[in-house]
Every structure is written in structure tokens, then in C-alpha cells.
Write a protein that binds this ligand. Structure first.
Ligand SMILES: *[C@@H]1O[C@H](CO)[C@@H](O)[C@H](O)[C@H]1NC(C)=O
Ligand SMILES: *[C@@H]1O[C@H](CO)[C@@H](O)[C@H](O)[C@H]1NC(C)=O
Ligand SMILES: *[C@@H]1O[C@H](CO)[C@@H](O)[C@H](O)[C@H]1NC(C)=O
Length: 480
């Protein structure tokens, strides 16, 4: 569980969305000119591969034979048993061992978005099969968590008890309490996000020869959307963790936009058109307005003019949205976006977004990559239980709740297991990073931070453009 503050990186990106475009899914990267690559850019291909690998280290359940993160073992094999449901699998959220369905679904949506928007780049980097596996691992869990038309399991594990222990997932002995939303205790945010995730994942798997999984994804997505929409209610069951502050309207828009993209069924477009509005200064596990409006832009073939000012404060999600936005803009008739008195071209937006990626990968005052295992200088003491205690393969005896704290949490030694690809909370406002395990704000990774970065890396990899000046964007941003 990562606190709100974690995701506030140094940069605030202001994106003005003056939308109303007619566009389809196709990349218009051909609009870019040139092929001048910058000197000494980070190796995006390597970063992409590592960002995806991270998800294997977060896996819960029985690990497959082709598991590459070998310091992990099987864990939580009886999740769901008290209610006779198979809730094994899925992802541990961050540096803890709880499975939070709401942000997990958001991660699946972002990974799928990355696979759909940047399929060619991911494929060229040899990562498509790994990305598909990462999506499948989460989507399969969400499918199984939606057990009846009006039931969705939203959390496995008692968050408080878990956070009071420092244990490897393989040793876990805290209560694996089940939380769910139902007709009488609804949660349209969680159901809506799960609907979005499964529709987005459907787009990744729909062309497979074996249609079984894709068919299941789409059916469950439609069902979850109906549940979210017919039983409107705010998500309370998982509080105090991942309570939604933005309400559920953003998830309903986001889900209907994904379902429309997946099905072209008019009813989802009608829903979108009848449920416009809402704006936000962030794009995050809680707030999806910017993403929903981006998809609505791609979907609408007539000029619904959605005007909003989006101040994105979460760097990886913001960066991904900026990339996709610039791509959408390139493929539309509008060649610039107007922000107050300034206007920016897609290439400028892309260039700005690439700088965010570069910053995270080490082009920053510390010269530190904030992705674990990337380049020669990276965080060595990440706030992550499994990474900071020796692997079960090396130390097979049980490490208890308290021993984890006394023997491993408090040391200043580097983590014994390098959690390759994990992106931490990052530096403070002065670009400083203490690399201290106890400092969860700056040192904890989280699945949804990584999920957004997968797409951002893929987009940076596919960038093939002239360098355009971005200083003016930065000044507009800092003056806002
Ligand atoms: C980038 O990383 C990939 C994967 O690790 C590697 O195969 C490739 O050689 C690297 N490229 C450069 C230019 O170093
Ligand atoms: C539970 O689901 C997992 C993942 O799909 C599957 O591998 C496992 O066989 C299932 N367990 C049971 C008891 O059905
Ligand atoms: C998958 O199939 C859909 C239509 O069924 C098609 O529009 C799309 O281009 C295909 N995608 C890929 C990546 O082949």
C-alpha cells in the first residue's frame, strides 16, 4: 500500500485537452519527421523488459514453470477458501502482501492499454508474450473474483494485520480476510474499473485462435459494467485502503469507453454521451477522468467538444496519458493543443513525456535510476517485504512477522533480492533520494506505477522524431 504522496513526482504536467476529434486506433507516427535520436538516451528496450518482469515478482499463487523471477515461490494457495471461491493468483499490490482488487484492475487496464496502443513497439522489443502473460495473470484473477452477476471480490488479506508484519509472501500467516461488493453493498468504482480492465484485456486477446479466454473477458466485462451501473454505490468495503475520493462517475465513463472500443456496441457510446463531465487534475488508480476523456476522444466521430484542463501530477500515469494523447492528436486533424496562450504540437508533448521517462531512468540530479536493477545506480533498499528478506530458496525456514522487522527491515544492507524493474516512489521535491527501506513514501514500488511505465517505455522506444524544444512547456507547467 502506497500513500498518496508517493506518486507525486517532481513534475506537474499540465495538459490541456481541447478535444473533439475523429480518430480510430491507428498510430499516426508517420506524421513525425526525421530520425535523429538523442545522444545517450536510456535503453528503453531494456527498461520495458524490466518494467514487465517486475510483475512476475508480484505474483501471488502457484508460480508457473516459466517464472523468471526465481527468488519468489508459491504463496497464498488457499486464498478464497473460506467462501469456497478460487481467489488464488493475482498480484500483491506493492511492498506488502495484500491483493487489492481496485488498483489491481487499474494495473491490468494500463498494461492492456500499453499492449493495445504500442503493440508494434512492444513486439519489436520481443516483449509481447511477457506483457500478455502479465495481463493474463491479473485478468484471470479478476474473472474469477466476479463470481455472480452482483458479486465481485475486491480484496484478499487484512490490510492492517499485513502491514504490521514484515514477512515474505511465502511465509504469510496473517488473516486472508475476504472483502466483496454485492447488490446490498455495492462499489461502482471497483466494479467499473474491473469492467474497464477486462474490456481492455479483451482487446489484447481477441485475435487469439483459441477464443475461450477472450470470450470470458468480454462477458465478465459487460456483466461488471451492468453491476456497476445498475447498483450504483460508492466503494466502501476496502477502506481504509484505496478508498475512492473521486466517486464512481469516472470509472463508469472509463469502463463504457473501453467497452465501446471493444464492442462498438452503441449502448456504451450512448452511455458516454449521456454521462459526460467531470474533470480532474490527476490520472491515478482513483481518478480516471483524463483517461476516459482520452478514449472518448478516440471514439467520437463527431465533435463532442469536451474541454478540460488536466493537471497531471502522477508522473508515470501522466506520462503514459501524454504519449497516448500526442498520438491521438497526431492522427486527428488538430495539430496542436492550445493551453491558455500557448500551443503545443504532438511532437513537443511527446518530447516532454520522454523527458519524464528519462528522468525516472537516471537523467536526473542524483544520476540515479528509480527503476531497480536498471543501469548501474539504482535503489538498493526498496520497501518491499519479499525483496528485503532472503529468498525462500536460500533461507527455507520460516521468517516470522516480527523477525522480518528485527532482522531484515531495519538493516542498512542492500536487499538480498533485486526486484528487477520495480519503480519506487522516487525522489523528494529537491531531487534527493535517501534509499532508506523504512521510507515507504520514496522507496516503495507499486503495481500501477509500473503498469503505466510499461506503456511509457514502449512509447519512448517507438519515438522517432526531431528533438523539439520543451522548455516552454516546462515553464507553463511550473507557472500553473
Ligand atoms: C538495450 O538492452 C537490450 C536488452 O537488455 C540489449 O539487448 C541491447 O543490446 C541494449 N542496447 C544497447 C544499445 O545497449
Ligand atoms: C484456481 O485458479 C488457478 C488459476 O486460474 C488455477 O490454476 C487453479 O487450478 C484453480 N484451483 C482450483 C482448485 O480450481
Ligand atoms: C484483431 O481483430 C480486429 C477485428 O476483429 C481487428 O480490427 C484488429 O486489427 C486485429 N488486431 C490485430 C493486432 O491483429
Amino acid at each position: 500500500m502506497v500513500s498518496m504522496a508517493v506518486k507525486v513526482w517532481v513534475l506537474m504536467a499540465l495538459m490541456c485537452a481541447g478535444l473533439g476529434l475523429g480518430a480510430d486506433d491507428d498510430d499516426a507516427a508517420g506524421g513525425d519527421s526525421g530520425g535523429i535520436s538523442r545522444l545517450s538516451a536510456p535503453n528503453y528496450s531494456d527498461a520495458l523488459a524490466k518494467a514487465i518482469t517486475f510483475f512476475e515478482g508480484q505474483r501471488s499463487g502457484r508460480l508457473p514453470a516459466n517464472q523468471r523471477v526465481t527468488w519468489r515461490g508459491d504463496s497464498a494457495l488457499t486464498d478464497g477458501q473460506p467462501e469456497n471461491v478460487n481467489l488464488t493468483g493475482g498480484y500483491y499490490d506493492a511492498g506488502d502482501n495484500v491483493k487489492f482488487g481496485f488498483p489491481m484492475a487499474f494495473s491490468v487496464t494500463l498494461l492492456s492499454l500499453s499492449a493495445v496502443e504500442y503493440r508494434d513497439q512492444v513486439s519489436a522489443a520481443g516483449q509481447l508474450s511477457y506483457l500478455r502473460s502479465a495481463i493474463q495473470w491479473g485478468a484471470d484473477f479478476l474473472v474469477r473474483a466476479h463470481t455472480t452477476p452482483t458479486t465481485l471480490y475486491t480484496q484478499v488479506g487484512d490490510g492492517n494485520a499485513d502491514h504490521q508484519c514484515w514477512e515474505r509472501p511465502e511465509d504469510m500467516d496473517t488473516p486472508r480476510t475476504l472483502y466483496k461488493i454485492t447488490q446490498s453493498s455495492p462499489g461502482s468504482e471497483a466494479a467499473g474499473e474491473a469492467a474497464a480492465a477486462l474490456a481492455a484485456a479483451y482487446l489484447v486477446f481477441r485475435n487469439d485462435t483459441d477464443k475461450t479466454f477472450a470470450t470470458q473477458l468480454l462477458a465478465k466485462s459487460r456483466s461488471l459494467f451492468d453491476f456497476a451501473n445498475n447498483y450504483k454505490g460508492s466503494f466502501q468495503s476496502s477502506c481504509p485502503f484505496y478508498c475512492s475520493y473521486s466517486g464512481y462517475q469516472d470509472e463508469l465513463q472509463w469502463a463504457s469507453a473501453w467497452l465501446y472500443r471493444a464492442t462498438r456496441d452503441q449502448k456504451y457510446l450512448d452511455f458516454l454521451q449521456n454521462n459526460q463531465g467531470g474533470s480532474s487534475n490527476e490520472f491515478s488508480w482513483d481518478n480516471k477522468y483524463p483517461g476516459a476523456q482520452l478514449l472518448a476522444t478516440q471514439a467520437s466521430h463527431h465533435p463532442i467538444r469536451i474541454v478540460s484542463s488536466i493537471n497531471l501530477q502522477y508522473a508515470t500515469t501522466a506520462t503514459l496519458v501524454l504519449f497516448v494523447y500526442s498520438k491521438t492528436l497526431s492522427s486527428s486533424g488538430d495539430k496542436v493543443v492550445q493551453c491558455s496562450a500557448e500551443s503545443f504540437s504532438p511532437a513537443q508533448i511527446r518530447s516532454f513525456a520522454t523527458k519524464q521517462v528519462d528522468y525516472i531512468l537516471g537523467v536526473n540530479p542524483m544520476g540515479m535510476s528509480y527503476m531497480t536493477g536498471f543501469s548501474s545506480k539504482y535503489p538498493k533498499r526498496i520497501h518491499h517485504r519479499g525483496s528485503s528478506i532472503p529468498s525462500i530458496k536460500v533461507l527455507p525456514r520460516k521468517v516470522t512477522c516480527n523477525e522480518g522487522f528485527s532482522s531484515w527491515f531495519t538493516t542498512s544492507d542492500p536487499n538480498p533480492n533485486v526486484h528487477v524493474g520495480a519503480i519506487v516512489g522516487g525522489p523528494d521535491g529537491k531531487d534527493q533520494f535517501p534509499d532508506n527501506r523504512g521510507d515507504s513514501t520514496h522507496s516503495e514500488p507499486a503495481t500501477y506505477i509500473n503498469a503505466a511505465f510499461v506503456g511509457a517505455c514502449a512509447a519512448a522506444l517507438g519515438r522517432n522524431q526531431l528533438q523539439e524544444p520543451v522548455d516552454d512547456i516546462a515553464s507553463v507547467i511550473s507557472s500553473n
